[in-house]
Design a binder for this molecule. Structure first.
Ligand SMILES: O=C1O[C@H](COP(=O)(O)O)[C@@H](O)[C@H](O)[C@H]1O
Length: 337
């Protein structure tokens, strides 16, 4: 049986005190019931790189990041660094550094993970209330969607993170998450407040051209609370784009043709509050992390049309915030996670 192993970052609650682990059967789409894997409170957004999970953590009134070895049998972090007041909402990493975006503190922190314990190497303070929500890299440039400033800030890593420009938005747009295509030419951004998909042609920070802007929801759609688009993912073949919207509780599929993005389908996320979702590397499944009801839900994808098919499986995942997938090294083993 071919399986993928996944990890779920969560907001801390009695039902979600740490990071859970689950498996996905790649033949049937069946999910195993998530089980506690790491003792990390408020792990929220996970990043997996070379077998190491980086996650936010909150401990004893302090916050920061921890590093976890997914191959170690233990449930404790390899190391932690706690310089923050509240955990970050986004984490990413490369060979040497872990980068966090903190919505509440309005900053980006860079941690050096070359030692056993991560060390704070750099603080890029933007502004309290900036609502920094994500970090994207293309070439030497780092982009930070600042949801509450209606701006995506751009920094030059090769120049010690010097400011290199910004992409401005109209007030009340709320840019939240984005994704570049592999060529680094197209930048797709989703806005949480105006619920739109923006398509940019990127050359460098001085040449960022808006090529398309599409509403994600039907024109008169209302909900209480207001709809809040969240995650955005590009299919491996770069033909389709997927966006989740909380409070509408839908995933919207866009077909891409160059810089054109046309909505082709909108389906329920299998629960309530789809804060994150992922696509499996084989292009056959979409897994949605519904935070408040419905938990983790797996859907069959049609790689040809890009459309989302039947719900295959759903399992409880209270306070799910993010999902990461890793190839199961034991994919032919019978033992479940
Ligand atoms: O998407 C959102 O995220 C922010 C920040 O997340 P947090 O995990 O750091 O609290 C949240 O506050 C905002 O309301 C929400 O829409």
């Amino acid at each position: 049986m071919q399986k993928l192993i996944g990890y779920i970052g969560t907001y801390e609650s009695p039902a979600s005190p740490g990071i859970d682990c689950f498996s996905l059967d790649l033949e049937t789409g069946r999910l195993s019931a998530p089980q506690r894997r790491f003792a990390v409170p408020d792990s929220k957004y996970l990043s997996l790189f070379d077998g190491i999970l980086a996650a936010p953590v909150r401990r004893d009134g302090r916050a920061g990041i921890c590093l976890l070895d997914i191959d170690s049998p233990g449930d404790s972090p390899l190391g932690e660094c706690l310089p923050e007041q509240s955990p970050a909402c986004f984490v990413t990493q490369d060979e040497r550094y872990v980068y966090t975006a903190n919505y509440h503190e309005g900053n980006v922190l860079v941690y050096d993970k070359s030692g056993k314990t991560p060390r704070l190497a750099r603080t890029i303070s933007i502004a309290p209330g900036a609502g920094c929500h994500q970090i994207l890299f293309t070439g030497d440039y780092m982009l930070v969607p600042c949801l509450l400033l209606d701006r995506v800030n751009i920094y030059d890593r090769s120049q010690n993170f010097a400011e290199a420009g910004a992409i401005p938005f109209e007030p009340g747009t709320g840019p939240r998450h984005g994704v570049f295509d592999r060529a680094g030419r197209r930048l797709f951004l989703v806005s949480e407040l105006s619920n739109e998909l923006f398509v940019y042609e990127w050359k460098d920070p001085t040449s960022v051209r808006l090529r398309g802007r599409t509403p994600i929801l039907p024109q008169n759609f209302t909900s209480d609370p207001a709809p809040a688009s969240a995650a955005i993912r590009l299919s491996a073949d770069e033909r389709f784009l997927y966006v989740s919207t909380r409070f509408a509780d839908v995933i919207t599929v866009f077909a891409l043709d160059g810089f054109q993005a046309a909505p082709i389908q909108q389906v329920g996320s299998g629960g309530v509050h789809p804060r994150d979702f992922v696509l499996t590397p084989d292009g056959n499944y979409l897994l949605a992390a519904n935070r408040t009801q419905g938990g983790l839900a797996s859907f069959r994808l049609d790689p040809e049309s890009g459309k989302i098919g039947a719900l295959c499986s759903s399992v409880p995942a209270p306070e799910a915030v993010s999902i990461v997938l890793s190839q199961d090294k034991r994919s032919n083993a019978t033992g479940a996670v």
